[in-house]
Design a protein around this ligand. Sequence first.
Ligand SMILES: C[S@@+](CC[C@H](N)C(=O)[O-])C[C@H]1O[C@@H](n2cnc3c(N)ncnc32)[C@H](O)[C@@H]1O
Length: 302
Amino acid sequence: VTASPLRARAVPAGVPSGRAPVLTLDQFLRVSDWVYRRTGIRFGSNKRYFVDKRILACAREHEGGFESWFRAVQNGSESPEAQQLINVLTVNETYFLREDYQFSILVNGVLPKVLEAGRSRGDPDHVRILSLPCSTGEEPYSIALHLIQSWPDLARVDVEIVAADINTEVLERARNGTYGSRSLQRVPAVTRRLWFDRVDGEHYQVKAEIRDVIQFTVANLSDIVTMRALRDFDVVFCRNLLIYFDELSIRRAAEALLGTLREGGYLFLGHSESMNRIAPIFQPVRFPEGIVYQRPVPGAAS
Ligand SMILES: C[S@@+](CC[C@H](N)C(=O)[O-])C[C@H]1O[C@@H](n2cnc3c(N)ncnc32)[C@H](O)[C@@H]1O
């Protein structure tokens, strides 16, 4: 069926026909510009349907309509309306053991080098790992489970895992650590039996002894001021966030990520993400299973 020219004009690009959004272009542009400046995420007009639906749901909850709601969003960085908007617009897709070859690189390639660097610094038994963004927690828990199951040095090394995200709702779910079958698909049955408690037919909760060792906190990778609290990490996982950023946001994020790492520390990105072209401030390090990025050590030969 061919859409009539009238309909084609009325429905913006990215919106399935027959389900028109109610935001005007001006409203969409003002909100998406605010979201971009705040989070680094750029929503193009091909995302109109996704964005409009969520913005309208937030604005409807607010007495006084769109303009009054948007004033509240802009009213200081801690406004509940601003946080709610961020919560509904961020994409939180994740699952246990995602891109698990990187956990092997961590244990077999990166951690031995981290321990060696620690020894020369006089701090041989301490490793700090950051998972940012952690979404609902599957990534930091996967790191913890992988270390428990595959890293013999864990018996003598004190490992700190910090997990952070901009979305406060996913952080709550991460702290609770209860997951359904979709999230747990790749977790071997033996791991599930050992490290999860069954909640009901389909849901399992990560055992308290693992939940308790991970510190969950709010952080915005696009906010240099709050990122200053996250520093001196040996390893940072920042996977599947930069795909939502444009080149400028990636360059800024690269600076912030550099600041989270010790000199010589390692950064893992998602498999479709790369720093090479956009922000060559990291040194790519090649392992048999893939590439990791290193914060350069001043004066060291590359
Ligand atoms: C697709 S998930 C990736 C989760 C996990 N790292 C993985 O690879 O499975 C992306 C996460 O980035 C978070 N996020 C979006 N913008 C952010 C920002 N500026 N700072 C920190 N987290 C952000 C979202 O809330 C979401 O939970």
